[in-house]
Design a protein around this ligand. Structure first.
Ligand SMILES: C[S@@+](CC[C@H](N)C(=O)[O-])C[C@H]1O[C@@H](n2cnc3c(N)ncnc32)[C@H](O)[C@@H]1O
Length: 341
């Protein structure tokens, strides 16, 4: 006799949820890129067929993406072929940058996770991270997205405490923050420093689109090996958002920090904002982003410093910490540093 009944087994529903949430992460990243999330932010319901026709998209694929998002409560499907925001839409919309960062920025690493663990596949130099393929453009775009939601308000308030003439941004990514800093202040100039070629291209295009090419320059350079240049001479405010950990290990970071007053001879203030290592108790309660940030950097052989390690290093190199402001990204702080004379 053939039985058509499913064989019940413990944990099957939870495993299915786990599987569907992995798919949901990829679907969320895609729906974001395709502009569907943006539409659903502005409209109560969107017809999938007309959305696909309007954007020249393969309808069956988009319908399946919507089903994957419905399975994780981000969207709701209606019987007449429309999608509506689901219970988790507002939160997912706010946090969509993290998904873009993970899926598009680190997708190749996730696919090759096991390969990267095998010692035979790893480079002899522990500081060589080139064996990992990251997508700089998407990491920059994602940083711009979650930065706008969870960082920029804090930065504006802190920056406004003291006037400045020229701002530099180490690891400027898409240059969004620099564009805000310069665009909102008539006499201010800016310089972005970025190592990734794709991000440099994106930053230059964004600066041009903002009409600020005469006041912001983007330098393609490695922040760990900077030399003095004319563009850096009048920089009095230095910023760095979410790349400070790339300066480590400690001896290298120490050397970079010690060299800042030489590379930027007019420097007065340094706002260093980064995610740091922090214990969150039960691993199941870890907030969004943290585990992925730790895992991706562990694979690249990067040990993320704690806030205490940062503070000890600032003290050692003569940077006075005038304030440490927690921001909306888990385990992340803006350190407001002053150059001691
Ligand atoms: C997580 S992204 C953050 C981008 C931007 N600061 C933001 O907050 O949106 C880190 C950026 O730092 C850049 N970066 C990493 N190491 C660097 C280095 N040694 N020199 C210059 N840029 C670097 C990366 O290419 C990337 O664009």
């Amino acid at each position: 006799m053939i039985s058509t009944e499913a064989v019940p087994h413990t944990g099957a529903a939870e495993t299915a949820r786990l599987f569907n949430s992995a798919l949901g992460a990829a679907a969320l990243s895609a729906a974001n890129e395709l502009g569907l999330l943006e539409r659903l932010r502005d409209e109560p319901a969107v017809g999938v067929a007309s959305f696909c026709a309007e954007h020249d998209l393969h309808e069956e694929s988009v319908v399946s993406i919507c089903r994957a998002l419905a399975a994780v409560d981000v969207l709701e499907l209606t019987p007449d072929g429309q999608v509506r925001p689901g219970r988790l839409f507002a939160t997912a919309y706010r946090e969509k940058g993290y998904f873009l960062w993970l899926v598009r920025g680190y997708g190749h690493m996730l696919e090759h996770l096991a390969d990267h663990c095998r010692l035979t596949n790893r480079p002899a130099d522990p500081n060589d991270r080139t064996f990992v393929r990251r997508r700089g453009k998407y990491i920059a775009l994602a940083g711009h997205d979650y930065g706008a939601r969870f960082v920029d308000g804090h930065v504006e308030a802190i920056v406004n405490e003291r006037p400045f003439r020229v701002a530099a941004d180490l690891g400027c990514g898409a240059a969004g923050r620099l564009i805000d800093l310069v665009g909102e202040r008539d006499a201010v100039r800016g310089v972005g420093i970025e190592i990734d070629e794709d991000a440099v291209r994106l930053a230059r295009a964004n600066v041009a689109a903002a009409g600020l090419a005469d006041r912001i320059s983007i330098v393609h350079a490695d922040a760990t090996a900077l030399d003095r240049r004319p563009e850096f001479d009048r920089v009095d405010l230095l910023c760095s958002f979410f790349m400070g950990h790339d300066l480590w290990p400690r001896p290298r970071c120490r050397r970079v920090l010690e060299g800042l007053p030489i590379v930027f001879p007019s420097l007065e203030r340094f706002l260093l904002c980064d995610t740091h290592r922090e214990h969150h108790g039960d691993v199941r309660e870890t907030p969004i982003f943290v585990l992925a940030f730790e895992l991706t950097h562990a694979v690249m052989g990067q040990r993320i410093p704690t806030a205490t390690e940062w503070l000890e290093l600032f003290d050692e190199v003569g940077l006075r910490c005038a304030g440490a402001h927690r921001i909306g990204i888990p385990s992340s702080t803006i350190f407001d540093l002053r150059i001691r004379c």
